[in-house]
Design a protein around this ligand. Structure first.
Ligand SMILES: [Zn+2]
Length: 286
């Protein structure tokens, strides 16, 4: 396997440190009360993430990087046409790919065949930094096409692609975490970024709440599309997918097989559809 120094020597060690730091912070300052056994969840999320990590490293990054080099040589894509100064290239890269990912995440929920894979991520019955690694490897394979297309369209350079990827993964670790930031600090951060309370609402068993807050780094895209929800306090959120509530149905083998099985309707096992009146909240609820 060809080395990607920026990932192998900088990105991965940095992300491992961020993971450990957030893991400690969420243990020291927990946000939501955890409902299920931590060790078992950690073990499942870790094992489930291994094929996904492997695919990211052997294909999901190398293929778009090769395409980025090819596009630069051929002068293809927006940023290869514009000749902007470096600072403007950095800002544009972050904005356009994060926005493209907003649409990708939307498609993950709205396109039934994509949801089969993304469902595995959402079936976690608690939400913490380990959920950030819990992706079915099929979702990684699907995203190779998406990321390659984004790189060609926007003419993203290979270095900027890797820098963006590292930041994107750090943001994913942060907003999945169960770290209780002081509410006034989180409200300030949430003027720009997706934060743990905001993303916690996206993992609710209430479908209207899941179908909101699709952003990864910046919260503006949800504001732009009217899908930003800040109205639900974290102690009112039940994490997970309504139809998949039993731990024994979410074992590793069943999770790997989940995309290839019949998908259940969004209903609790007792047949009820979980719901809650939306509130007109301007501020992020505590
Ligand atoms: Zn999602």
């Amino acid at each position: 396997m060809q080395k990607i120094p920026l990932i192998d020597y900088v990105g991965n060690p940095l992300l491992a440190c961020i993971f450990l730091a957030i893991f400690w912070l969420q243990w020291r300052f927990p946000l939501r009360r955890q409902q299920f056994g931590l060790l078992q969840r950690l073990a499942r999320n870790f094992v489930l993430s291994i094929p996904g990590f492997a695919i990211v490293r052997v294909a999901m990054l190398p293929i778009p990087i090769a395409i980025a080099i090819w596009a630069r040589e051929r002068h293809i894509g927006l940023l290869n046409w514009l000749h902007l100064p470096t600072w403007a290239v950095v800002i544009t890269t972050f904005f356009v790919i994060d926005y493209a990912y907003w649409w990708w995440h939307w498609a993950m929920h709205m396109v039934p065949v994509f949801w089969r894979f993304h469902n595995v991520h959402h079936t976690d019955l608690d939400l913490d930094v380990s959920t950030a690694a819990r992706f079915h490897f099929g979702e990684m394979i699907l995203s190779i096409g998406f990321l390659s297309l984004a790189v060609i369209l926007f003419g993203i350079g290979p270095i900027m692609l890797v820098v963006f990827f590292i930041t994107f993964e750090a943001a994913t670790l942060f907003h999945h975490s169960n770290w209780r930031l002081q509410i006034h600090i989180e409200r300030i951060l949430n003027l720009i970024f997706v934060t743990p309370r905001m993303h916690g609402i996206h993992h609710s068993i209430v479908q209207r709440e899941t179908n909101s807050n699709w952003g990864t780094i910046f919260c503006w895209w949800d504001k732009l599309h009217g899908t930003l929800r800040r109205d639900v306090p974290q102690d009112a959120v039940t994490i997970g997918v309504a139809a998949y509530r039993e731990e024994h149905e979410l074992t590793l083998g069943k999770l790997f097989a989940l995309p290839f099985r019949g998908q259940r309707e969004w209903r609790l096992p007792n047949g009820e559809i979980p719901d809650r009146e939306p509130q007109a909240a301007e501020n992020l609820a505590e």
